[in-house]
Design a protein around this ligand. Structure first.
Ligand code: GDP
Length: 297
């Protein structure tokens, strides 16, 4: 049925953290995401990440994995949360060391606090002669956010998204913080998760980037995502490589849905195609009725 049966403790295994990067405009969110995407070429793979699919996975030298939602800015984060999607485990908040705590920095902090997720501060642009990371840490302290250097518990790392200084250390701190969360999922069940983005591709049809949160998604599965359904025809990773299955905390592009679901829509796998289709149709009808009602009023 549609309702998920709760996993027992024995069924759960550790999963990689899912990270969102937030911060004030021009403080370096995109640069950081780009740097991580380019530098972290998974061992044994040739070539970096070739396509923007809204999320990607990286693997550190020690084999640990991190999944990034590649949608810098607060809109995606708040839009997903508004749709009830709890996707992010931890937020990296980027603050430019040559600037100050700005309105959107405060907003990012509020978003993370409202979501109840830990924050790791990335104090960026330390390659600049005008950079003053201590001033940023002082600013945070004035907001009652004490970073470790200031005797507090919040992790922060001085970085340059331009040169790469400190980025490895930042990711290590992120993993350390994530470890405390004891993130787990059951890979041995039908998959569920959240849609990150979806679009119509000329050659491939509807492409939906989904983040698997529980279970394992496989080619051939019947999926329902928002108002759309279909049989998974193919799956591709961020390198455009075909993959057969995707476990918890894996972002993957799914081909085969009959439309483009919205960011933040949940997806579930069904035993048969008809059940998935029936619910998708009902949802479309329900929405039509609602919009007719709204128009009348
Ligand atoms: P976003 O708006 O937060 O995504 O910021 P961007 O990543 O687009 O960066 C804004 C500007 O700052 C761009 O011109 C970047 O090249 C520059 N920038 C970002 N990170 C660094 C850094 O570490 N050092 C220097 N010198 N410039 C940076």
């Amino acid at each position: 049925s549609f309702e998920r049966v709760a996993d027992t403790e024995e069924e759960l295994t550790p999963r990689a953290p899912i990270i969102t990067v937030m911060g004030h405009v021009d403080h370096g969110k995109t640069s950081l995401l780009d740097y991580i995407r380019k530098e972290n070429v998974i061992a044994g793979e040739s070539g970096g990440i070739t396509q923007h699919i809204g999320a990607y996975g990286v693997k550190l030298d020690n084999g640990q994995k991190i999944a990034f939602l590649d949608t810098p800015g607060h809109e995606a984060f708040t839009a997903m949360r508004a749709r009830g999607a709890q996707v992010t485990d931890l937020a990296i908040i980027v603050v430019a060391a040559d600037d100050a705590i700005m309105p959107q920095t405060k907003e990012a902090i509020s978003h993370a606090q409202a979501a109840g997720i830990p924050i790791v501060f990335a104090i960026n642009k330390i390659d600049k002669p005008t950079a003053n990371p201590e001033k940023i840490k002082e600013g945070l302290a004035q907001m009652n956010l004490l970073v470790e250097d200031w005797g507090g518990k919040i992790q922060s790392q001085d970085i340059s998204a331009k040169t790469g200084t400190g980025v490895k250390e930042l990711l290590e701190k992120v993993l350390l913080e994530a470890e405390l969360l004891e993130l787990k999922a059951n890979p041995n069940r039908m998959a569920n998760g959240t849609v990150v983005e979806a679009f119509l591709d000329k050659g491939r049809g509807y492409v939906s980037t989904v983040l698997v949160q529980g279970g394992t998604l496989r080619v051939g599965d019947y999926v329902l995502a928002g108002k759309h359904s279909g049989k998974v025809r193919a799956m591709q990773d961020e390198r455009g490589k075909n993959i057969k299955e995707a476990g918890p905390s894996t972002p993957v592009s799914v081909l085969g849905l009959d439309g483009a679901p919205q960011a933040g829509d949940k997806f579930n796998v069904f035993l048969d195609e008809r059940e998935a289709k029936t619910i998708a149709t009902k949802r479309t009808q329900l929405q039509r009725e609602q919009s007719v009602r709204t128009q009348r009023h």
